[in-house]
Write a protein that binds this ligand. Sequence first.
Ligand SMILES: [Fe+2]
Ligand SMILES: [Fe+2]
Length: 162
Amino acid sequence: MIYFDYRFMEVARPIIEHEQYQQMKKIKHHDESVYDHSVKVAFYAYQIAYKHNMDWKATIRGALLHDFFLYKFNKSLSLKIIPDSIKHAIVHPIIAFYNANKYFDLNEKEENIIKAHMFPFGFPKSKEAWIVSYVDKYIATFEYASNFKKMVYKRKHPVYNI
Ligand SMILES: [Fe+2]
Ligand SMILES: [Fe+2]
């Protein structure tokens, strides 16, 4: 469905077909790859932005690049003053922006969509940035739940761990 929406694809194609962006297919995130997660967030955020007459092009571009961090985040179980997951939550929007800015020309709104998507660790300055932050959390919740279900299933059925 996503890849058949010509309006979405016209804006998304130059980003998702970029060699560096394709690298995100190899990085697992929640229950799938960062690539799949980002395209999904961009598509749902775009649908809301388009329906409400907002800047849907900036919404697509900002959302596609919101997690453009290109490394595998590993949670450490060791006790630390600041847990790794909090550090990741604070730092990855900045890294995503750094990478995005290196390969693509971003406007101010797109920059803020990326940097502020982890609200309250950043502050969205536009309706579009609020939408992306909300859609990202909404989708991540389902991805976490799906990943958790799979983990429980594997524990109960170790034979499938092969
Ligand atoms: Fe993120
Ligand atoms: Fe995300």
